[in-house]
Design a protein around this ligand. Structure first.
Ligand code: T4K
Length: 373
């Protein structure tokens, strides 16, 4: 019998920067008394982060949700936006906050991203943009999506909340589409406690985004748009600067945990994992596993409960589909028969714990639980 773990293991745990390193930055903040509003650490963080990520321009935010809301405003998106139901609610909520109608399109069965084959039939005269999600950090089919966008004159905003540091053949995934957004929430591969960013391709767009996250102020007396307050403060920016020095190490540790899962769960009947993609540097933000009831022998929810009884708190990200929440379920595109792959995956998935400080012995114990049943 595999023993119950002696302490709870959560789906994730944030990696914190070494306290001493952070303390140096705090002392500088205490001296300068500059706490927010585009201070020196904010500026330095934007520069270093853009360089690390291999992108031209980015603007950091207080969280990923406000980055999404602002991205839509930066491009003046209206009407209808095609998006995925298999994501965190913030993706669709950003449309709701902008009075935009979400149009849900089903996902593809391999990596659970928006299915490009199904996008065209959902386009109407009101469609202005596509908002796909690189779910779990696995890249969408960016070339096909761009071809469709170009044909119909649509904008593309990627929700890249899970895709920190993801590259395809050495090129950042954030360089695709018109804009991408990141989340630096505590639960992500790279965190600034709360935080986020918009990535764009030119200086003018960055300037507009910078205005929008600061109430619309262009200068002391000019307000160009009804912007919001979505600025990142100096403490978070400083924390981010320290995190950047360690993030490669965090990603490597996550990768080695993924490796243990892959080795130990490889031949379990009815259990499916997602493979790494050749040429892609992954973020390992999540480790999703699918349980197919008939061949695995028990339901996903039974596995979920069994893990909880053993002190392991996996999460069913992203169940239920966003399209099933009361705000959205009345939409024509929210009908489950329109979203059969999404419904299937949402009913089979559990994200297993993965984070830099997760001890190997717990990963092994967890794998034994899933192997023995
Ligand atoms: N787009 C996508 C695709 C997203 O996934 C998200 C956020 C967004 C947009 C919006 O970005 P932000 O506005 O959040 O920057 C979490 C996160 O709050 C959320 O950021 C994330 N996606 C979503 C997928 O998950 P919860 O409610 O599941 O997290 P919670 O609090 O249950 O945390 C999970 C586990 O992590 C806990 O059981 C314990 C551990 N934990 C958590 C926190 C917050 C810690 O050990 N320490 C901590 O400080 O939503």
């Amino acid at each position: 019998m595999t023993k119950k773990l002696n302490r709870p293991i959560y789906v994730t745990q944030p990696a914190l920067p070494p306290l001493e390193e952070f303390a140096d930055y705090l002392r500088q903040i205490w001296d300068s008394k500059i706490l927010t509003n585009n201070g020196p650490f904010h500026q330095q963080f934007e520069e270093e982060l853009a360089e690390y990520l291999g992108v031209k321009y980015l603007s950091v935010f207080s969280n990923g949700t406000l980055a999404l809301v602002t991205a839509l405003q930066a491009l003046r998106i209206t009407g209808e936006v095609i998006t995925t139901p298999f994501s965190f609610v913030a993706t669709t909520h950003s449309l709701w906050w902008n009075n935009i109608k979400p149009v849900f399109v089903d996902i593809e069965p391999e990596y659970f991203n928006l299915d490009p084959e199904k996008i065209e039939s959902a386009i109407t005269p009101q469609t202005t943009a596509i908002m796909p999600v690189h779910v779990y950090g696995n890249p969408c089919n960016v070339d096909k999506i761009q071809r469709i966008a170009d044909t119909y004159g649509l904008k593309v905003i990627y929700d890249a909340a899970h895709a920190f540091g993801v590259t395809v053949n050495g090129n950042s995934i954030l360089n695709y589409g018109d804009l991408s957004i990141l989340s630096f929430h505590a639960t992500k591969t790279f965190n600034t406690i709360e935080g986020g960013a918009i990535i764009c391709h030119d200086k003018k767009t960055k300037q507009r985004i910078d205005f929008l996250k600061n109430f619309g102020f262009a200068d002391e007396v000019t307000v160009v748009a009804p912007g919001i307050n979505a600025k990142m403060n100096e403490l978070q920016a400083a924390y981010g600067l320290v995190q950047l020095k360690h993030v490669d190490e965090y990603i490597d540790k996550r990768k080695s945990i993924a490796g243990i899962y892959r080795n130990m769960l490889n031949n379990v009947n009815g259990l499916r994992m997602l493979n790494d993609i050749p040429g892609v540097r992954h973020s390992y933000t999540y480790f999703p596993v699918l349980f197919e009831e008939k061949s695995y022998g028990v339901t996903r929810d039974e596995v979920y409960e069994m893990l909880r009884r053993n002190n392991i708190n996996g999460r069913r990200y992203f169940y239920p589909l966003i399209s099933q929440f009361p705000t959205y379920r009345g939409l024509a595109s929210a009908k489950p028969e329109n979203l059969s792959i999404g419904s299937l995956i949402a009913n089979q998935v559990i994200c297993l714990p993965i984070y830099p400080d997760l001890e190997e012995k717990y990963v092994i114990q967890l794998c034994k639980l899933l192997t023995k049943k």
